[in-house]
Design a protein around this ligand. Structure first.
Ligand SMILES: Nc1ncnc2c1ncn2[C@@H]1O[C@H](COP(=O)(O)OP(=O)(O)O)[C@@H](O)[C@H]1O
Ligand SMILES: [Mg+2]
Length: 351
């Protein structure tokens, strides 16, 4: 094992995203910090409407109007991308960092053949330099074969609608991969697919990660997917990361009541275990909020949870962090593991 610390590919700090609407400003992302290292797969999980897509779109500087980045920094390979010109940003998208969306048809052009679309992705970044048609086709076919597309020679000349959803998603991944980016942002890339195809697409992403060291941020609302696929996860709630850490530790001993609630929502094979959905719903994100964003749904809430000075993500050791002030005493005590376990047992007792 290498003793060198893995290189940081992405560092997001204090990211805020606003969507101005008739009803007020939707504060979709409220101070997100996220770091991703070379070779790492980081899962961004949470219920719908928590700001996961807004975080990725802001990172790509692709927020749809009227969305805007209201604060924070996005450092990609050491470069602050929020200060780049639009032209520099365009040349960076697709070459250093690519995004794969949930619905391939929202990105693929229905009127153009698959081969032409991949060629264009390469050409934009000056990576298409095949004078002779034959070796150009070979390069396209090799890329399609790399993402597991059978008969790539045929697919080059097909239109998107002639492919299944899984194959379209593979094409999207081929386009994302074409320029060998350091980072792929994948926003629920398998949600529209059935489970067998989902597993194949996730295997493909994992292969790309292993073979090229490509860092991946995977947005998913599926904790089972996150647990199998990611090295680390960040749990998002109401525009904030409420818990993060190595995936196994977070999912086997969640510290935040929201993460605990999400885990209780997962269907089990054993029917005797009742599903226990988190009561209530994600608060609307319009206007300024103070206090813990999970307060309204939390079983452990106390008045202290509304204190605006108690809203930091607390580091709790082992690369983990939790945005729940009840852990302050554990952190401050820096006690023995025994004490921490006792505290955990008390805190996670939901009955
Ligand atoms: N174009 C938009 N205009 C106004 N609000 C939006 C827009 N897009 C997203 N939002 C709001 O931003 C919040 C975060 O949305 P999103 O990032 O899509 O969440 P997620 O991906 O976690 O489901 C939600 O409250 C959503 O309603
Ligand atoms: Mg989304």
């Amino acid at each position: 094992m290498s003793l060198l610390k893995p290189r940081e590919v992405l560092r997001i700090t204090g990211l805020r995203v606003h969507y101005p609407t008739d009803k007020g400003i939707v504060r979709a992302v409220r101070g997100v910090d996220l770091t991703v290292h070379e070779g790492e797969i980081v899962g961004l999980v949470g219920e719908s409407g928590c700001g996961k897509s807004a975080t990725l779109l802001a990172t790509m500087r692709l927020l749809p109007y009227p969305g805007r980045i209201a604060g924070g920094r996005v450092i990609l390979n050491g470069q602050d991308i929020l200060s780049l010109s639009d032209a520099d940003m365009r040349s960076l998208r697709g070459s250093v960092m690519s995004m794969v969306f949930q619905d391939p048809m929202s990105t693929l052009n229905p009127a153009h053949k698959i081969g032409a679309q991949i060629k264009e992705a390469l050409a934009v970044h000056g990576k298409w330099n095949y004078r002779d048609r034959k070796s150009g086709r070979e390069a396209l076919a090799a890329l399609l074969a790399e993402v597991g597309i059978p008969s790539p020679e045929t697919v080059i000349d097909q239109y998107p609608h002639q492919l299944s959803g899984g194959m379209q998603q593979r094409v999207m991944i081929a386009i994302a991969l074409a320029c060998r980016p350091a980072l792929i942002l994948a926003d629920e890339p398998t949600t529209a697919l059935d489970v067998t195809i989902e597993a194949q697409i996730l295997d493909l992403l994992r292969k790309i990660n292993k073979e090229n060291g490509t860092a991946i941020v995977l947005v998913t609302h599926n904790l089972a997917v996150a647990s199998q696929f990611c090295h680390r996860i960040a749990v998002m709630y109401a525009g904030q990361i409420v818990e993060e850490g190595p995936v196994r530790e977070v999912l086997s001993a969640p510290l935040h009541p929201y993460t605990q609630g999400l885990l209780e929502c997962i269907p089990k094979f054993d029917k005797s275990i009742r599903l226990n959905p988190i009561p209530g719903h994600v608060p609307d994100l319009i206007g300024q909020k103070t206090g813990c964003s999970f307060y309204g749904r939390c079983e452990h809430k106390t008045r202290g949870c509304l204190d605006p000075n108690r809203q930091e993500l607390l580091p709790v050791g082992g690369g983990r962090g939790v945005r729940c002030w009840r852990w302050t005493s554990v952190v401050a005590r820096e006690g023995t593991g025994e004490e921490e376990e006792q505290e955990l047992a008390v805190d996670s007792d939901r009955d």
